[in-house]
Design a protein around this ligand. Sequence first.
Ligand code: NAP
Ligand code: G4F
Length: 346
Amino acid sequence: MRKSALITGITGQDGSYLSELLLSKGYTVHGIVRRSSSFNTARINHIYEDPHEAGRRLVLHYADLSDSTGLRRVVEAAQPDEIFNLGAQSHVKVSFENPEYTADADAMGTLRLLDCVRDHCQHTKREVRFYQAGSSEMFGAANPPQSESTAFYPRSPYAVSKVAAHWYGINYREAYGLFITNRILFNHESPRRGETFVTRKITRAVGRIKEGLQDKLYLGNLDARRDWGFAGDYVEAMWKMLQHSEPGDFVVATGEAYSVREFLEEAFSHAGLNWERHVEIDPSYFRPTEVDYLLGDSSKARKALDWEPRTSFKTLVRMMVDNDLRLASDERLVHDKKYVTSDPRR
Ligand code: NAP
Ligand code: G4F
């Protein structure tokens, strides 16, 4: 029998890599897509299958983590063996602007989905394995290195919501015997990373500066340190967690941390640029409470899951810069063509 997986957040960075991985392993993949006035499926267009095709293995459903009736309908339709709850308002700075929405999507959304699963398992007597996308932000101000035994000290509405979701997972595991695995992933990036996260904001700017499309890059705190891995490596750990014999809580990280300044240095110099000529500090990007230093100790996951990251910091930065140099060069062509065609004097 083909396995069925349901992914919330399939249109996001991780959702797109995870879908590719699960399809390559023979799964039927069901994904939850939010209704939007413009297309929000760019990251999964290359694996999209027409609903009129027989035997398709990628099935998209409109639903939202704020709507439990819709979630129930999707769970019934997908009959999933595995659920990956990746959907979230995932931007830390935005969570200070929209705290209530963030709590609704990230904490309450997880609770809604867990409750669907609880009823589904009770009625059908099926086992559904559930993966909860926790975050190193939950450690917040805790001293590095952080591991499964480090106490949480969340520093943003986003992080508080993720801590709540984490504990909902543990409570549902203990109360109803459900297979719920909490992962605590440290930052992971890729050419598909959202463009307002600092790494992609930097690599997009490198490309555009190189092509003469912009000159300045405005950033906030350059001293923050993050443990940055590659999203493609991390979705393998996600899948492995649900294949493990026991549910549990796992930290996934590279074990190396770099500052935003070091990321800048690596990215700009790879394109032959000097970041100090282009970067300016805009205090509006500072956070009311910052997380200064995240560095993960993932020994438990490495041992139990036989997993380790394959992509180094340097390779990751270069992969992102090379991708964004290509994008900027395409943008330059469009820009130049537009100039010629839209100028009536030409
Ligand atoms: P992302 O690119 O921001 O994707 C988030 C996904 O959630 C998108 O598909 C988004 O849909 C969807 N979503 C947002 N609100 C929703 C709602 N109310 N109902 C249903 N779907 C909703 O995030 P990511 O980087 O792939 O991260 C995946 C998960 O891991 C998130 O839960 C994030 O908090 C967590 N995480 C990420 C990292 C990291 O470094 N990337 C580290 C630790 C934990 P749209 O496309 O329509 O916006
Ligand atoms: O790229 P960031 O926005 O990522 P952050 O806050 O670490 O959160 C990401 O990783 C978490 C895992 O630890 C995830 F749970 C979460 O969903 C998200 O994926 O910011 C990284 C650092 C921060 O210290 C921030 O203050 O970069 C600093 N920074 C400096 N200037 C900036 C900027 N961040 C952003 N987004 N934009 C700036 O201009």
